[in-house]
Design a protein around this ligand. Structure first.
Ligand code: DAH
Length: 346
């Protein structure tokens, strides 16, 4: 009897190899292990067997039946995979290498911003920001700009008219990050040590100017703060950002919110003062403005100038980014051209 089971199994296996579709597979399944299948029929003779034979038959029957079920399952899987593969092949060439996922990367300006923030954080500065649409008061008045200062001119500034509000309340797209100084001093008591990094806006557009650009602002107010602290901080900053040993110089200048005011330059990080094309043969790179916070500004922000002094500085991120990455044109930073951005992989 077990021999007949084995014979049936072998016959099944031969038949299985020829099966090419689900229907014939099903027919084969029915023919062998269906209720009236050849294997099932063999069970009918069990009644005639001795208990020992029956036991032996039972073991063998189960083995063969399981082998047939497994064979059918494997074949079914193969047929369905095969069908799927054929289906796909009608549309795609499966031998093509897969399309690589596209990875984004950080915009070079974002990198500069983050690097500056982390440099100043290490020096104990908090990072602050403020709104892009700013009160004229914070953008100008609190910063000691006189009412007729040219910076308030329509030529230089984007004025914003609140919807439905034609009153004289003056809103502007902030023209610099300096209003963040005001907001910080109004909200905090000294010691105050912050930087602010953000987008600023001016009606200015030519080869080297964009109506939207980026600044960093620094502010330190405490008892006994002097211009020497300003210079030391700038030196510390250039040292940790561009490498040690670069000198910084302050040149007298005017900004309404500082007194005295100064422009500050950094020794050219490329030639280290030896004069090159980057620094236009001067040995220096102009970075931005700075000075001691004007007593009027401190007073208006609720800080007693007889007790406290402070310094501030501000400079542009865009030109610095161009310098760092050798970007020839300002507009490349803002066009969002993927061919440019791809040159800064992570
Ligand atoms: N806000 C000035 C500008 O946009 C830059 C500046 C100059 C910022 C002197 C300062 C400063 O904090 O002390 O041109």
């Amino acid at each position: 009897m077990p021999d007949r089971l084995q014979q049936q199994l072998e016959a099944f296996e031969r038949a299985l190899e020829g099966v090419r579709d689900e229907d014939s597979l099903y027919a084969l399944q029915v023919a062998y292990i269906g209720r009236k299948g050849s294997i099932s029929l063999l069970r009918r003779d069990m009644g005639k067997m001795s208990p020992d034979q029956r036991k032996q038959f039972g073991v063998e029957f189960n083995r063969v039946k399981r082998a047939i079920e497994a064979g059918i399952e494997t074949r079914r899987q193969f047929l369905s995979d095969d069908a799927r593969r054929r289906e796909l092949e009608r549309f795609e060439d499966l031998t093509m290498p897969p399309r690589r996922p596209e990875f984004g990367s950080l915009h070079p300006l974002t990198r500069t911003r983050r690097a500056l923030a982390s440099t100043f954080r290490r020096m104990g500065f908090d990072v602050e920001d403020g709104p892009h649409v700013e009160h004229g008061r914070y953008n100008f008045d609190f910063l000691n700009f006189l009412p007729d200062h040219p910076a308030r001119d329509e030529q230089d500034t984007f004025f914003v008219e609140p919807r439905g509000d034609t009153s004289s309340r003056e809103l502007v797209l902030r023209t610099h990050t300096s209003p963040i100084q005001v907001r910080t001093m109004l909200a905090r008591t000294p010691p105050v040590r912050i930087i602010a990094l953000g987008t600023v806006f001016r009606r200015d557009e030519d080869r080297t100017h964009s109506p939207m650009f980026h600044q960093i602002e620094g502010l330190y107010v405490d008892r006994g703060v002097t211009m020497a602290d300003l210079k030391a901080t700038l030196l510390q900053f250039t040292g940790s950002f561009f490498g040690p040993g670069l000198d910084v110089r302050l040149r007298p200048s005017f900004f309404p919110f500082v007194e005295p005011g100064a422009e500050f330059d950094m020794q050219c990080p490329f030639c280290r003062g030896a004069r090159c094309v980057v620094c236009k043969q001067t040995g220096w790179i102009e970075l931005g403005g700075s000075g001691m916070v004007h007593p009027n500004v401190l007073r208006d922000c609720g800080i007693d100038p007889a007790v406290y002094t402070g310094w501030a500085f501000g400079f542009g991120l865009d030109r610095m980014t161009m310098l760092l990455h050798d970007v020839p044109k300002l507009r490349y930073l803002f066009e969002g051209d993927i061919r440019f951005l791809e040159q800064f992989p992570c």
